[in-house]
Design a protein. Structure first.
Length: 366
């Protein structure tokens, strides 16, 4: 005859709450401790012990100072035995561009289907300095339990720090070259060459790339380097201060560098790597009576539905997002089997020409 052993009361409460979370009866923030303890008919001490168990297993997360705990994610309640994956994003998902949202929402959905848990951390900036708060982000990572990390387009310093930790890391972008991490990224070299060729064939030699600082420093990353290399081949002499200008990654900084560029010998074509930068450039041009492509040609490497809703369809790069999701799930499978894989998977984007490229005009000065 088997021996039955009664579980501690806090374990019973924790299991009861798990069942309610699975059923969708508990979502978002939990009730306050007094109300929840009274509802369950247990003391607050027992309830706190049960909540601590759930938090330790990844079912709950802190709600912030003075706020109750909340259900971490439905993925974390889907199936015990799976991995807990940390997702480190450059921005909160609701602030990201559409194709990045699609990429990570697809990954989250596939993680749920495979029975894995996930927790999301964003590389937010300090409210005072508007700079990346690396100390806070590192502390958050150190206090977050994760079996592996999937990392977006964070800067090189953050990737180097993550690479020194024991958890496996998969970088889906950023400056990952030469680091002991797994990488899966879209190679933009070929479409960038096609984009520069399309501009050069239309007579453009004064082409400027607007790129965030992490893509330019400490030296140009693969995409800006491909731009500079092809521009050098097609136009001869290239000046980084003009073709790949420095700016401080703020709206005001972008406005200042555009004013400087258009003051004397203005560019006749601009390539942006971020839809938000593209929108800012379009507003700058519009405020000065310049139109696309009559006065200035524009290419945005990242597709975005807001840019598509226009009579002038800008040229863009078609990213292999579904392939990236598929490889990410394959990597997670390898990690779950105990394999420390650090291979590099290079996918290929393609250039899609639109109507934002026109013949070069003599001047677009403001």
């Amino acid at each position: 005859m088997p021996t039955f052993r009664r579980e501690p009361l806090e374990t019973q409460v924790a299991n009861h709450l798990k069942d309610r979370i699975r059923a969708g009866e508990i979502q978002g923030e939990l009730e306050g401790e007094p109300a929840l303890a009274a509802q369950l008919g247990v003391s607050r001490g027992v309830l706190r012990a049960a909540l601590a168990m759930l938090a330790g297993e990844g079912w709950l997360e802190e709600g912030g100072q003075g706020r109750p705990r909340k259900v971490a994610s439905r993925s974390q309640a889907s199936m015990e035995g799976g991995l807990r994956i940390g997702l480190l994003l450059e921005l909160p998902l609701n602030e990201e561009v559409a194709f990045i949202q699609y990429l990570y929402l697809s990954i989250m959905q596939e993680l749920e289907r495979a029975g894995h848990a996930y927790v999301v951390i964003t590389c937010s900036k300090s409210p005072k300095s508007k700079r990346l708060d690396r100390k806070r982000i590192r502390k958050k990572i150190e206090t977050t339990h994760a079996d592996a990390w999937i990392v977006g387009s964070v800067d090189r310093d953050m990737l180097e720090w993550l690479a020194k930790r024991q958890e496996p890391v998969l970088a889906l972008g950023g400056r990952c070259e030469g680091l002991p991490v797994a990488c899966c990224y879209a190679d933009l070299t070929a479409p960038m060459s096609e984009a520069v060729d399309a501009l050069a064939n239309a007579g453009h030699t004064r082409c400027v790339m607007i790129a965030a600082s992490w893509r330019r420093k400490p030296e140009p990353g693969p995409t800006p380097a491909a731009f500079i290399r092809r521009m050098t081949e097609r136009a001869g002499g290239v000046s980084l201060s003009f073709h790949l200008p420095e700016w401080d990654d703020t709206p005001e900084g972008l406005e200042r560098i555009l004013e400087s560029l258009f003051r004397v010998t203005p560019p006749t074509a601009i390539i942006t790597l971020d839809p938000s930068h593209c929108v800012a450039v379009l507003m700058f041009l519009g405020n000065r009576g310049l139109s696309v492509p009559r006065d200035v040609s524009i290419i945005c490497t990242c597709p975005d539905p807001y840019l598509a809703f226009s009579t002038t369809k800008l040229s863009y790069f078609d990213w292999p997002l579904d392939q990236q999701v598929k490889h990410t799930l394959k990597w997670i499978g390898e990690v779950s089997r105990g394999h420390q894989t650090r291979g590099i998977k290079v996918l290929h984007a393609r250039f899609v020409r639109g109507g934002g490229i026109g013949l070069r005009k003599k001047s677009a000065m403001v």
